[in-house]
Design a protein around this ligand. Structure first.
Ligand code: OOG
Ligand code: MG
Length: 258
């Protein structure tokens, strides 16, 4: 029997101490996806018990760029809390994290509850109050930023921080055609379109609604949903400057400090 509470505490403590830990699957090679989501839930419950609040959810490993970089070829979901919100123009303090990486995402703000099963991308678009751009800051709690799918699920999909872009627009155009230029220190490190995330970012959000429906949960009104990185994440160091420029959605930037 997997000790869900003990593994959740193991990851919670790693985050608090900012010290990477060994994979859960090194000890529990047969950890299932189901058990991994149970650990994730227990980890998030621990955050909530400490006063954090759920502000949304995220998809991960939805793009080929990310799947190939991480060697994990299936998507996953995880939770966003208020403690992860990095206000625009606020520098990212690297001393708070282990080995952060930054990636560009299309962000949905949900205007009406979405409860699976049977949610389609069309339902998602109809329930969306706005879409914007964002940067997600990942910080795997595992050594060398390497993991298997169940390890990453248990670790709340490496979630650490996120920054939202300056504007939200109505999704009344084809989001799969949004272009994204991703730059680190003035150098182009990735290019992608919205289609990079499961063919259409609303498909990714529909997948989330249907997965949550399976567990008796839903995407709630007012939630922020990160629909999955379009390009591979880049490691940042003190002084690094990351910029993601999107057609239709504007530009989001982040500066890292020690
Ligand atoms: C897992 C989380 C992936 C995304 O957008 O693909 C993710 C990781 O790569 O650490 O958030
Ligand atoms: Mg992400």
């Amino acid at each position: 029997m997997t000790d869900v509470t003990a593994w959740a505490k193991y990851l919670f403590d790693a985050e608090q101490r900012r010290e990477p830990v060994a994979l859960i699957t090194e000890t529990e090679p047969n950890l299932t996806i189901e058990e991994a989501y149970e650990i994730q839930e227990a980890l998030v419950r621990q955050k909530l018990a400490g006063g954090q609040r759920i502000v949304g959810a995220k998809l991960g490993l939805t793009s080929r760029a990310k799947q190939e970089a991480m060697g994990v070829h299936e998507p996953l979901y995880a939770w966003l809390t208020d403690a992860m919100v990095l206000p625009a123009e606020t520098p990212l303090s690297l001393s708070e994290l282990i080995h952060p990486r930054v990636e560009p995402e299309i962000v949905f703000v949900i205007g009406e509850e979405l409860a699976g099963p049977g949610v389609t991308a069309y339902d998602v678009l109809a329930a969306t109050s706005g879409v914007g751009c964002g940067l997600e800051i990942l910080d795997s709690r595992y050594a060398n930023f390497q993991f298997t799918l169940p390890d990453a699920i248990a670790d709340n999909a490496s979630s650490a921080r996120f920054v939202l872009g300056p504007e939200l627009v109505k999704p009344d155009f084809d989001l799969s055609l949004i272009g994204c230029l991703f730059e680190l220190d003035g150098e182009l490190v990735g290019t992608a379109t919205g289609a990079a995330s499961l063919g259409h970012p609303a498909e990714a959000v529909a997948l989330l609604a249907n997965w949550l429906g399976h567990r008796g949960q839903s995407i709630e009104r007012g939630w922020i949903v990160l629909s999955g990185a379009l390009a591979n994440a880049v490691p940042v160091k003190p002084g690094s400057h990351v910029v993601a420029t999107f057609s239709r959605l504007g530009c989001v930037r982040l500066r890292a400090i020690a």
